[in-house]
Design a binder for this molecule. Structure first.
Ligand code: SF4
Length: 469
């Protein structure tokens, strides 16, 4: 006789996966879950010992090592210790590009009314310093934030001055399309050790098509080269967005990252915000994205087997949750959700939003996730009525569909995505594109780990060692 401990399960082809509260998993034969819950597993079986040591069953009502288990659960949730660590400052909505899938509803490059006012920026910095987190990231976004070098300089200098009192560890990140990185901006980045996060969608024909310009690729590559020369190789990273057009070119995209000296790629789908919301068939897009992702990951595994160290970052984030006791700090894969708990956005007009996606909805006159204004009190923004409402639906452990999903401890909750795709912040998992994407990719990675362990595990472990620095 044994007692059941909490676990969740899922059928994977002709096997079953069972996952406990801290994300440890076992792959078992079909009908094993039925045997476990019917108390038919015999102490003579090897499986019995595995179930005991991995906290799926216990011979006593409370397992003897329950404190160890509790410590591991606490470690998994330790991303909550510091509360909001990523503070996004939208310095302007102006932009100098014309991307087809633009998610930020960018404005003409000379529309100065879309720049943040200095007094709002100053108040936003005050709010950032009120965050309990010892380490904060101050991320500058747009539009194109390099169009406002005065605001960028002011923000960093103010943060440095005020930090003499607070003594936080501040990381600065400038998100830029890199098409017009001036000497002035590069020098600011150099002086304050600002990291550059740029956008590169793939090879020239594809990048230019996505960006709606014929010379964008050349300018971006020139910008990356210029930034690397002054700041150093490791201070420049790139993000790609997978347009519908990109879906046919997995190998070409990865090759272009290699050719441009990058050692990793983050395969990101389009998000249904801003102009990107006009895409007409999201279901089809996400089905195709999952296939694109699998083809890309296969290609990357092959590259690694041939001796080229190259990481797919989304897989690395998931692997950290699947294979280690640690959280990954990625806002899309957190429960409680990354909104407010991990990230906050100070918009160009002084209003504060729960996430980057929330402020993009606001550009379409939907203020559902507006938390307040930079002139409001910290408590009223971060713990106010809106934040409390969201807190009721931002944990995978408590929402229908996720609460009994085998992949719950690897996944995350996103009320903003639910709202923008399904018109309801609570969401409905069976038709959710967010769920479909995560479930498909997590199952795929688990199947790689079980069916091709000898081939992929050494590669994945190398990726994790890099992430652990
Ligand atoms: S979103 Fe889907 S995959 Fe993720 S925990 Fe919820 S039900 Fe599972």
């Amino acid at each position: 006789m044994y007692y059941l401990l909490p676990f969740r399960f899922e059928r994977l082809k002709d096997k079953e996966i069972i996952v406990n509260e801290v994300g440890d998993y076992l792959i078992t034969d079909k009908n094993t879950v039925d045997r476990i819950v019917s108390r038919k597993i015999s102490p003579d079986e090897e499986l019995y010992k595995d179930l005991i040591t991995s906290f799926f069953i216990s011979e006593t009502v409370v397992p003897p090592l329950i404190d160890n288990y509790a410590t591991r659960l606490r470690t998994k949730k330790s991303f909550m210790d510091g509360y909001t660590s990523l503070h996004i400052f939208v310095l302007t909505l102006r932009c100098n590009q014309n991307c087809h899938y633009c998610q930020a509803s960018a404005k003409e490059h000379n529309a100065l009314q879309y720049d943040m006012k200095k007094e709002d920026l100053s108040r936003a910095i005050d709010l950032m310093f009120k965050s309990p987190s010892h380490s904060v990231t101050m991320e500058f976004q747009g539009g194109e934030p390099t169009l406002t070098p005065d605001l960028l300089t002011y923000a960093v200098q103010e943060a440095e001055t005020r930090n003499k009192l607070y003594k936080k560890q501040i990381t600065y990140v400038l998100c830029t399309n890199s098409v017009s990185l001036s000497d002035r901006v590069i020098n600011i980045c150099n002086e304050y050790r600002i990291l550059i996060s740029t956008s590169l969608d793939g090879p020239e024909f594809l990048h230019n098509r996505n960006r709606g310009k014929t010379d964008s690729y050349q300018k971006v590559v020139a910008g990356i080269t210029k930034a690397r020369t002054v700041l150093g190789e490791d201070r420049v990273s790139a993000l790609m967005t997978t347009s519908e057009y990109s879906l046919d070119y997995p190998a070409e995209i990865i090759n272009s990252y290699l050719e441009n000296g990058f050692h990793s790629i983050f395969l990101r789908p389009l998000n249904p915000y801003g102009l990107a919301a006009e895409n007409d068939d999201w279901d089809l897009y996400f089905d195709r994205f999952v296939e694109f992702y699998k083809r890309s990951l296969e290609y990357i595994i092959q590259l690694n087997k041939e001796g080229t160290f190259f990481i797919e970052e989304f897989a690395a984030l998931l692997l950290r949750k699947i294979l280690t006791p640690f959280p990954n700090g990625f806002v899309d894969l957190q429960s409680p959700s990354g909104i407010i708990n991990g990230v906050i956005v100070y918009n160009y007009d002084g209003y504060v939003y729960a996430s980057d996606e929330s402020r993009m909805l606001a550009e379409y006159n939907d203020y559902s996730f507006r938390l307040g204004h930079v002139s409001d009190k910290y408590e009223n923004i971060f713990y106010g009525r809106k934040a409390q409402e969201l807190a009721q639906i931002w944990i995978t452990e408590g929402i229908a569909g996720c609460s009994d999903c085998a992949f719950q401890s690897y996944c995350g909750a996103d009320p903003v995505r639910n709202y923008s795709t399904q018109g309801d912040s609570y969401g409905f998992r069976p038709t959710s594109s967010f769920c479909k994407k995560h479930k498909s990719i997590i199952s795929y990675i688990i199947s790689l780990l079980t069916e091709r362990e000898d081939e992929v595990l050494p590669i994945f472990k190398k990726w994790l060692r890099r992430n652990e620095g």
